[in-house]
Write a protein that binds this ligand. Structure first.
Ligand code: MG
Length: 255
């Protein structure tokens, strides 16, 4: 079922988005050489407790998950790109790490992700992150009433292809509301003018992710962490946005 939120409900959702943004900012500042992924998860968990929010991840147990996720944060390092399960690993110089984070606050969920480089950046990693960000910006640019989900998908796919990337469509964006994952599904490639019509009050998470030299993925034995099949690195960016009569509201915008 697709729920359209009233302007009042969209206002009620804003604190969740602001909080998710603040946690991602804190994580990107804390991510440094020698910092353990488990400590970053603990930092996010502490911020959740202080704010009185509820993690969307810790008890998350979808059909593809071997067991409940058990952490509040996804940490995907280097050739991992999605759903990285935090584990005992200290970040190293030039690591590329993607954080994906979602909470419920006052009954409303927001979901957002970013990629950062630790220490000395590799040029190709910065470029991959910039490409993912360009795709997200392009997608938000067409996230307007009167357009269709396919316009968002096509915008992401076009940016990926323009940079010579092949785009995986197995995991993409989704509706967001009182729960983390709802309809419509937002594939990261598609045909413009097709699919569910965007309309005021529709809230969606848009989440382009790219791999450097493949679109094939493999899952770790942990049952969660998704990596590139060829060892090339990945970048992942995401915002929760609301369609309005005019410009979309980027709920999870960071300063
Ligand atoms: Mg997310």
């Amino acid at each position: 079922m697709i729920e359209l939120l009233t302007p009042t409900q969209l206002d009620e959702m804003r604190p969740a988005g602001e909080f998710v943004a603040s946690v991602l900012t804190a994580l990107s500042e804390a991510a440094d050489i020698g910092v353990n992924l488990l400590d970053l998860d603990a930092l996010a968990h502490e911020m959740i407790r202080e704010r009185g929010a509820e993690s969307c991840y810790i008890d998350y147990h979808p059909s593809f998950g071997a067991m409940p996720f058990g952490k509040v944060l996804c940490t995907s390092v280097n050739d991992a790109v999605l759903h990285g399960l935090p584990h005992d690993y200290q970040l190293q110089d030039s690591d590329l790490v993607s954080f994906d984070f979602a909470v419920s606050l006052n009954g409303w969920v927001c979901d957002s992700a970013l990629s950062v480089v630790v220490g000395t950046p590799r040029a190709e990693d910065l470029e991959l992150i910039a490409n993912a960000q360009e795709a997200l910006d392009a997608a938000i640019g067409v996230a307007r009433a009167g357009n269709k989900v396919g316009d968002i998908s096509a915008a992401i796919g076009e940016v990926g292809r323009s940079h010579g990337l092949s785009v995986n469509t197995q995991f993409g964006g989704h509706g967001v509301g009182r729960t983390m994952h709802g309809d419509p599904h937002i594939p990261n490639d598609g045909r413009p003018g097709r699919g569910f019509p965007l309309q005021p009050g529709l809230v969606i998470a848009i989440e382009p992710w790219f791999l450097q030299t493949t679109d094939e993925i493999v899952m770790d034995p942990d049952g969660w962490t998704i990596r590139s099949a060829d060892g090339s690195r990945g970048a992942h960016v995401e915002h929760t946005i609301a369609i309005t009569d005019g410009d979309p509201i980027v709920m999870t915008a960071r300063d």
